[in-house]
Ligand binder design. Structure first.
Ligand SMILES: NC(=O)c1ccc[n+]([C@@H]2O[C@H](COP(=O)([O-])OP(=O)(O)OC[C@H]3O[C@@H](n4cnc5c(N)ncnc54)[C@H](OP(=O)(O)O)[C@@H]3O)[C@@H](O)[C@H]2O)c1
Length: 277
């Protein structure tokens, strides 16, 4: 598995997104993913599935004969828990539900204007110093907020997890991530189901014997991002991993690049626009 390196972190390039996965389906998807070769799982306190992700992780490690350190686990603290004491409580509860002494990456899930950024960045850095997470980062931070966060942080940050897919222009925030040495983790890399059926992506995929979904993931990987597509279906789990055997040409990358639009979001941010990425 390729890794994306950033500020000391080695993030497996393809991870499993788990938003919306619940109950036994979540346990089974995480376990199956590890069996197929996934080494990166993305969850969040907000998804309400950390206990099931943890169960799938522990079952999957045992079934595949893997060690805990073989798998990169990310969780996040939601924006209504960013006051220091709430943040620490949220992280401790996440670790308990996952049944892990520490995770690999802890993210601020969304920024909020209601809590000073310095307070949250301070407690995020403290979590790393205390060994509760190996790496830290943010999600949904704008270029401006990222500049501010990097100035406030006393520990290096590994990633900004943001919505990225062929239909959304994220040029500005991606440039800010690069400037600060953060990686980009692309969420909604399949635009929540809008990628399959797109004429350009289907045509390019056909030329390589691949699906539009595989083209979208490869398009993002070739830009040096990691991707966290979500599925519980065994054929889609396998397909999303089976993309290391083809490369998109410069002409294909450029053509896919023409699909992006400033208003191409599929996720509605919980805040006013100046806090959106
Ligand atoms: N930080 C944040 O604020 C944030 C926000 C949103 C998401 N995320 C993370 O990013 C992950 C991914 O985003 P997402 O779940 O919203 O959207 P997504 O991964 O872009 O899209 C998921 C959809 O794609 C379909 N799909 C998956 N693999 C496919 C394939 N090979 N061929 C065709 N269709 C396929 C799935 O359908 P099937 O179920 O039929 O396979 C599902 O409907 C989340 O699960 C979560 O972990 C983070």
């Amino acid at each position: 598995m390729n890794v994306v390196e950033a500020n000391g972190a080695r993030i497996p390039a393809i991870g499993l997104g788990t938003l919306g996965l619940k109950d036994a389906a979540c346990v089974d998807a995480v376990k199956a993913a590890l069996g197929l070769g996934y080494r990166h799982i993305d969850t969040a306190e907000r998804y309400g599935n950390e206990a099931q992700v943890g169960e799938g992780l522990h079952q999957g490690l045992a079934a595949a004969g893997l060690k805990r350190d073989d798998v990169f686990v990310t969780t996040k603290v939601y924006h209504h828990k960013l006051v220091a004491a709430d943040f620490e409580r949220s992280l401790d509860e996440s670790l308990k539900k996952l049944r892990l002494p520490s995770i690999d990456l802890l993210l601020i899930h969304w920024p909020t204007p209601k809590v000073p950024l310095g307070e949250t960045i301070g407690v995020l850095c403290k979590a790393k110093r205390e060994g509760k997470t190996k790496h830290i980062g943010v999600a949904n931070f704008t270029a401006t907020l990222l500049d501010e966060a990097v100035k406030l942080a006393t520990e290096p940050m590994a990633t900004n997890q943001i919505e990225v897919h062929p239909f959304l222009d994220q040029t500005k925030v991606i440039a800010a991530c690069r400037k600060h040495g953060l990686s980009v983790t692309a969420y909604c890399p399949l635009a929540r189901g809008k990628v399959p059926g797109n004429e350009v992506l289907e045509r390019i995929g056909k030329a390589h014997g691949k699906s539009a979904a595989q083209v979208s993931l490869q398009y993002l990987l070739q830009q040096g991002m990691s991707v966290i597509p979500r599925t519980a279906k065994p054929d889609h789990l396998a397909a999303n991993l089976a993309i290391s055997d083809f490369k998109l040409s410069d002409a294909e990358m450029n053509e896919i690049g023409t699909l992006r639009r400033p208003d191409g979001r599929v996720v509605n941010p919980p805040h006013a626009p100046q806090w959106d990425s």
